[in-house]
Design a protein around this ligand. Structure first.
Ligand code: DQA
Length: 141
């Protein structure tokens, strides 16, 4: 089982950015926890982060062969028709994740361009959001 984990804009700033919302883990530390979990579950995970919408679109377009995608599209969650269309263009299914509980925050974060086409959405559980998404895909195998 191969899973792609995509992190969008500003997630490279984890550890320095709004710890009240996002916690104190850096992106490297988050990625280590994801890889440790993948090891425990016996699945293969590849990691990708970009601040650029077009790069995320291209990574999704090339993700046809994965069994699943875990995506935190950051602010693009709320705006990006392009990322939505890319996810619709491939067969691989995806889970939308967020570190923070977007529904307890500003109203513009309550809208997602991705939720209605996702397998599911996990928000507000910090790094556990990603780890639970991996568990879901691993259990499906
Ligand atoms: C986020 C929530 C988004 O609203 C925000 O723009 C982010 C991170 C989260 O993980 O909680 O960059 O996706």
């Amino acid at each position: 089982m191969r899973i792609l984990v995509i992190n969008g804009p500003n997630l490279n700033m984890l550890g320095k950015r709004e710890a009240g919302h996002y916690g104190s883990l850096t992106l490297d530390e988050l990625e280590m926890r994801i890889l440790d979990k993948a090891g425990d579950l016996g699945i293969s995970v590849e990691l990708f982060q970009s601040n650029f919408e077009g790069e995320i679109v291209e990574r999704v377009q090339n993700a046809e062969s994965y069994n699943g995608i875990v995506i935190n599209a950051g602010a693009y969650t709320h705006t990006s028709v392009a990322i939505r269309d890319a996810l619709l263009s491939i067969k691989a299914r995806f889970i939308e994740v967020h570190l923070s509980n977007v529904y307890s925050r500003e109203p513009f974060r309550h809208k997602s361009m991705l939720s209605d086409i996702a397998v599911g959405v996990i928000a507000g559980l910090r790094e556990q959001s990603y780890l639970l998404a991996l568990e879901y895909f691993a259990a499906e195998d």
